[in-house]
Design a protein around this ligand. Structure first.
Ligand SMILES: *Cc1c(COP(=O)(O)O)cnc(C)c1O
Length: 400
């Protein structure tokens, strides 16, 4: 039984062409890019090429606006700490309730240690940002607005270009965690006012432990990691050349596959979604039906535990993930679904299927084959399930 991998928002398989591009930089091309000799120059040239490949994917004006980091989490931390340090007369941060922990945990820490006041903007039932609350939170005290481009759990897309323009009106810096958006939706930074953008290699068929922070030319910036002069003093430490080369290759491949992602992959996602809603009672799609990543499908199944569904799927050779995170022994529904006010009984049974360009029709067929039976069996054990779609009516599912 070939496994079906539908957890690409958690991580992706490294593209074989990426591996191939990386390999020489572990062997013959082992030089330190800072060295004057030929060994260094060859590696320096490869890093420059990778920077240009990322520049092209992001539509950035200059290649030196790309700063390589050790991943999405480091890029996010760098942006937040940089803004607070670069704008010392401001001490507020505006973010949302549905950000990745790489943003939320840093904000919680800054709040707890009294270094910043945090505005966490809420979302509606579809995961769309509360624009009135956002506008109300903006003031000349705000150093940084950090809002994600696309949500990792539901795929809901925030209109970050417009949100950035509002932030500029009060002189705040604007950062976006675009880890889930890069490679899936077109991005053209030179036509926006976004100051900083985070991305990560392993979410776009590149290696783990490598990422980048886009920093617009002229943006006030303070490094998180100090030391040598690498990355123009913005991120010290000998460059991870193999991973940087891999990320560059992954970016070039993502650009080439972007159309596929938005047509064929999206059609797979839509077929899975429609098939599930058609075959299984009392379930509905989480997230914004229109402004959503083409690869992400998050479905809430009432009266079942998401973890139980995942175990059954795993037994059938299917990898997906749930909206719940096991914290302190109790299953808490995800902070994203809670912020969206998804009822408890449904948030607990939410499953995320996330596609990539490596998926095909057979993967959708496999899931649609096994899901009805899994749900029937689990619901038969549920004390809350009486076989009738009693509460679904009150939920107004996206696909009625
Ligand atoms: C995966 C992810 C991150 C973290 O990236 P790493 O490279 O794993 O550190 C940050 N933000 C979002 C939205 C993500 O999906």
């Amino acid at each position: 039984m070939t496994p079906v991998y539908l957890d690409n928002n958690a991580t992706t398989r490294v593209d074989p062409a990426v591996v191939e591009a990386m390999l020489p930089f572990f062997t013959e091309q082992f030089g330190n890019a800072s060295s004057i000799h030929a060994f260094g120059a060859a590696v320096g040239g490869a890093i420059r090429t990778a920077r240009r490949e990322l520049q092209a994917l992001l539509g950035a004006e200059h290649d030196h606006e790309i700063v390589f980091t050790a991943g999405g989490t480091e890029s996010d931390s760098t942006a937040i700490f940089s803004a607070l340090e670069a704008l010392p007369d401001r001490d507020e941060i505006v973010t949302s309730k549905v950000e990745h922990p790489a943003i939320l945990a840093v904000c919680d820490h800054l709040e707890k240690t009294g270094r910043a006041k945090i505005h966490r903007i809420g979302v509606d039932r579809s995961g769309r940002l509360d624009l009135d609350a956002y506008r109300a939170a903006l003031s000349p005290r705000v150093a940084l607005v950090t809002l994600m481009w696309a949500n990792n759990e539901t795929g809901t897309i925030f209109p970050v270009e417009g949100l950035a323009e509002l932030a500029k009106e009060v002189g705040a810096l604007f950062h976006t965690d675009a880890v889930q958006a890069v490679g899936k939706v077109p991005i053209d930074l030179k036509s926006s006012v976004i100051d900083m953008l985070s991305l990560s290699g392993h979410k776009l068929h590149g290696p783990k432990g490598i990422g980048a922070l886009y920093v617009r030319r002229g943006t006030r910036f303070k490094p998180l990691i100090r030391g040598g002069h690498q990355e123009r003093g913005r991120r010290a430490g000998t460059e991870n050349a193999p991973a940087i080369v891999g990320l560059g290759k992954a970016a070039a491949l993502a650009a080439a596959h972007m159309a596929d992602e938005n047509t064929r992959v999206k059609a797979l996602r839509d077929r899975l979604e429609a098939g599930i809603v058609q075959r299984i009672p009392n379930c509905f799609v989480n997230g914004d039906r229109h402004d959503r990543l083409p690869n992400t499908c998050n479905v809430a199944f009432e009266f079942v535990e998401g973890e139980a569904i995942l175990l059954h799927l795993n037994r059938a050779g299917i990898a997906a993930s749930s909206g719940s995170a096991c914290t302190s022994g109790s299953l808490e529904p995800s902070h994203v679904l809670r912020a969206m006010d998804i009822p408890f009984t449904a948030a607990h049974g939410s499953i995320r299927f996330s596609f990539s360009r490596e998926n095909g029709e057979a993967d959708v067929d496999r899931v649609l084959d096994v899901m009805p039976d899994i749900l029937d069996r689990l619901r038969a054990l549920s004390p809350f399930w009486n076989g009738a779609g009693e509460s679904a009516a009150a939920f107004r599912p996206v696909y009625a």
